[in-house]
Design a protein around this ligand. Structure first.
Ligand code: NAD
Ligand code: UDP
Length: 312
């Protein structure tokens, strides 16, 4: 049993991670400033003796004790991370410094939620961890991409200089229940628009690709990485099945039995054209690969949004 600190714990991924940690018998302290997180995601845990919630912004230092730290605090949807770009990069840089300082002080193992965005608009395909990426340092996505790259740099430097026990996971597009209705990312947008019989928003011509991982698989991968005794290199966790955005929209409409009504919008600047993880390292080191296919994952996510929209 460990005492575990999860930053960003009331968000989409953080709340699923906490559920699994509690199931495994760990004690969890959740830190969140509720920018994109929601109490709804953790309400079922509020009476649990193994769970503690602290409203806290990771930009401020905090004194706690713990064996493991999962640093997930950071808005993940372009809509939200661009809302206050300076705050986003502060969250990744100052927030990560604060959590690394905590890890150093109490000798905790710390995992940083990094992202496929460190590869930018990738010139290598699929993306291996050795690839250094093609990131615009001055664009609208830079507050997120460069913030996460700086966070990885900080993790490595605290590891090299102070022997902090680090784990770095590069998460590729993940979806599932507990995404916010107004999250703004593509899976939730299209499902919510289709359920409301609104036109679906496709940015560009919809031929750009992403590889979508179901949340349960993702959490399984993150936990395996944290439990690994020695792996301090970055590890890609994602589903290697690549789809165009139009194919994703078609898959959602097929499940719903609805016809597509598309509204085309301009492609945002620096929107990556292709993205697909090479997961050889995760397979080899963690024995991990995703199990849930796109259709099954979408069905579970659609069921969640149906329930969520009825209560709104
Ligand atoms: P999310 O927006 O649902 O969750 C982020 C959480 O962090 C929210 O609860 C939010 O309130 C909290 N937060 C934001 N800024 C904070 C701050 N300064 N102090 C304290 N809390 C703060 O997003 P998510 O999809 O759950 O993403 C979680 C993590 O995983 C993020 O670090 C994100 O960058 C990373 N990630 C996610 C994906 C994905 O596809 N979901 C892909 C790559 C990386
Ligand atoms: N996208 C879209 N319609 C939407 C939201 C997103 O066509 O309503 C596109 C977006 O331009 C991108 C892809 O879907 O090419 C994935 O976008 P998302 O914001 O989910 O994630 P990211 O771009 O960070 O991978």
């Amino acid at each position: 049993m460990h005492r575990v600190v999860v930053t960003g714990g009331s968000g989409f991924l953080g709340s699923h991670l906490i559920d699994r940690l509690i199931e495994q018998g760990h004690e969890v302290i959740c830190l969140d400033n509720f920018f994109t997180g929601s109490k709804d995601n953790i309400r079922h845990l509020l009476d649990n003796d193994h769970f503690e919630l602290i409203r806290h912004d990771v930009i401020e230092p905090i004194l706690l004790e713990g064996d493991w730290i999962f640093n997930l605090a950071c808005p993940a949807s372009p809509l939200h991370y661009q809302y206050n770009a300076v705050k986003t990069i502060k969250t990744s840089v100052i927030g990560t410094i604060n959590m690394l300082g905590l890890a150093k002080r109490v000798h905790a193992r710390i995992l940083q939620a990094s992202t496929s965005e460190v590869y930018g608009d990738p010139l290598q395909h699929p993306q291996k961890e050795e690839y250094w990426g093609n990131v615009n340092p001055i664009g609208k996505r830079s507050c997120y991409d460069e913030g996460k790259r700086a966070a990885e740099c900080l993790m490595m430097d605290y590891h090299r200089m102070n022997n902090v026990d680090i784990r770095i996971v590069r998460i590729f597009n993940t979806f599932g229940p507990r995404m916010a209705v107004a999250d703004g990312r593509v899976v939730s947008n299209i499902i919510v628009q289709a359920l409301r019989d609104q036109p679906i928003t496709i940015y560009g011509d919809g031929s750009q690709t992403r590889s979508f991982c179901y949340v349960d698989d993702l959490i399984d991968g993150i936990l395996r990485l944290m439990e690994h005794p020695t792996e301090t290199r970055p590890v890609n966790i994602g589903n290697p099945h690549e789809f165009t955005i139009l194919e994703l929209a078609e898959a959602i409409h097929k499940i719903l039995g609805k016809k597509m009504n598309i509204e085309y919008h301009d492609l945002p600047s620096d929107d990556p054209i292709r993205r697909q993880p090479d997961i050889s390292r995760a397979k080899e080191v963690l024995g991990w690969e995703p199990k849930v296919g796109l259709e099954d994952g979408l069905k579970a996510t659609i069921d969640y949004f149906k329930r969520k929209l009825e209560i709104l």
